[in-house]
Design a binder for this molecule. Structure first.
Ligand code: MG
Length: 313
């Protein structure tokens, strides 16, 4: 297998996880969660979003959260935005990295932002201008890149066109997001491979949901295509708990568990992530989509632990 030595995991639980929960966590609790994941070794964390508080009341206080977290220089604290207003709020809250989002699907842009794809993109120029003036780094995200619940399959050219649009704006880091869990391994491999070949200077992320159980297989597929950056969410939060069949992002602790076994370095402590995920499960008050939380770790946790055991013996 083609295995990288290390991978970067972005913890998106504070944003993509908590935005779907009925239980709204306090500012203090969110701050503690973000500090905890950083203490567990996470180097990139999505702390919230600066979008309409009416649309996403769970994250209406991201401004306060941003001001309250302990900032470590080696850690990237990013927030999701969709327009100029979001960029303004991010700058005001002292955030230095945002993820500017557009959907690959026309219908999804309409339902999510109430604008057409062209309208969403037209707004990006102002964001880039404001960002440049204020030292705000902008990454891009293309949601429903692997399929849209309204439109089904998204033509590959449509995704590459959006990557091109971002690139021509000067965005060099782009997340391809499987927003509703429609991706499958051969598709993830092909899209990732083509995107990397066409845009060699872009750093790609994969954002995968486990709605239909394929997220881990999709990670492996992405890895085979050379992707080394993945989003994941503590306890597997995400998706909509009230939509039948919907489920969350791939669980951070499940991903770390697998990568530890495969000797792929993340710098994230699995035991600490499991503790955080347990706390989060208690916060939200329901069972979540995390296999390690449900099954627990086997005794010989990882090849590293196994090595250690063997050395001790
Ligand atoms: Mg998501």
């Amino acid at each position: 297998m083609r295995l990288p030595e290390s991978m970067t995991i972005c913890e998106v639980g504070p944003r993509d996880g908590l935005q779907n929960e009925k239980q709204i966590l306090s500012v203090q609790r969110k701050i503690k969660l973000i500090n905890d994941v950083v203490n567990a070794g996470v180097k990139v964390v999505e702390i919230g979003s600066f979008v309409s508080p009416k649309a996403v009341p769970q994250l209406a206080d991201t401004d306060e959260v941003a001001k309250g977290i302990t900032r470590r220089p080696e850690v990237e604290y990013r927030a999701l935005i969709s327009n100029l207003k979001g960029a303004e709020r991010a700058i005001f809250a002292g955030i230095t990295k945002v993820k500017l989002t557009v959907s690959a699907s026309e219908s999804h842009n309409k339902s999510n932002w109430n604008r057409s794809t062209a309208e969403v993109i037209r707004g990006f120029d102002d964001v880039m201008e404001l960002a440049a003036k204020n030292g705000l780094e902008v990454s891009g995200a293309i949601s429903t890149a692997f399929g849209c619940p309204f439109e089904g399959n998204i033509p590959r050219e449509q995704i590459m066109d959006l990557i091109q649009t971002f690139s021509s704006m000067g965005v060099t880091e782009i997340s391809l997001s499987d927003t509703t869990g429609m991706a499958y391994p051969s598709q993830v491999y092909e899209i990732s491979k083509i995107a990397r070949e066409l845009f060699p200077s872009v750093r790609f992320w994969l954002h995968l949901h486990n709605t239909r159980g394929l997220s881990m297989a999709n990670i492996i597929a992405g890895m085979q295509a050379g992707i080394v950056r993945f989003d994941a969410s503590f306890a597997g939060l995400g998706g909509c708990p009230y939509a039948p069949g919907a489920s969350g992002n791939v669980a951070t602790e499940d991903v770390i568990y697998m990568l530890d076994l495969m000797n792929i370095y993340t710098g994230i402590n699995l035991n600490k992530m499991i503790e955080i995920a347990r706390d989060v499960r208690q916060d939200v008050g329901h069972e979540t989509e995390s296999f390690i939380l449900k099954a627990g770790k086997p005794l010989a946790l990882s090849t590293r632990d196994t090595d250690k055991l063997q050395r001790e013996v």
